[in-house]
Design a binder for this molecule. Structure first.
Ligand SMILES: [Mn+2]
Length: 197
């Protein structure tokens, strides 16, 4: 039994003040306070369905809008994932999920390759869901993929309800990441022909 992979990251700028505690080997316990209610709901779904323990305490310049708060939370979460993963010994590296939510169907595929890339194909018909700008969903995942060094593809295959589409994306991301970070006992060392990820 390996010891739990955890990271605690703090980041303060003139725009945001963020502290994230992440345990990749958790049980899905989340305590999220970003000041953006719908974003909290999304991160909660990510943690719960990925079986990650996640505490996020975020204080951002919401008097401007939600942009810096959400983007910077993505940077810190990605950094926490990167740090918690360490040298990636014994992990599956790849993970994917096809997640249905009523009329919505979302594909998420991940390679923890160390090379950041985001493929994002999702359309929203409303500018906002609750207090969150829908255009920030792409920005969030770009920040996560870049700071975690993760190849991340998200495609909405069907869906009409904006709340469902967003929620299915975050849950699919949690499930795919859970698979990618999980151990496979058949893997000796690091799963790469190069010997490192
Ligand atoms: Mn919901």
């Amino acid at each position: 039994m390996q010891k739990p992979r955890m990271a605690e990251i703090s980041r303060t700028t003139k725009e945001t003040d963020i502290k994230i505690d992440l345990n990749l080997d958790g049980s899905g316990k989340a305590d999220i306070k970003t000041g953006v209610g719908f974003f909290d709901h999304m991160l909660d779904g990510f943690a719960r369905h990925g079986f990650f323990d996640l505490t996020a305490s975020v204080s951002g310049d919401l008097f401007v809008d939600c942009h810096h708060t959400i983007e910077d939370t993505g940077i810190v979460l990605g950094t926490a994932i990167f740090k918690a993963l360490g040298d990636k010994q014994g992990i599956k590296r790849y993970g994917s999920m096809m997640l249905p939510m009523d009329e919505t169907l979302v594909l998420c595929a991940i390679d923890l390759s160390g090379r950041p890339y985001l493929g994002f194909d999702a359309e929203f018909t409303s500018d906002k869901i609750g207090d969150m700008d829908t255009e920030m969903i792409r920005e969030f995942f770009y920040a996560v993929s870049y700071s975690a060094g993760m190849n991340l593809h998200i495609r909405v295959l069907s869906g009409t309800n904006n709340h469902h589409i967003a929620e299915a994306i975050f849950k699919a991301f949690g499930k795919a990441l859970d698979e990618a970070v999980s151990y496979d006992p058949r893997i000796e060392g690091i799963l790469s022909t190069k010997g490192s990820l």
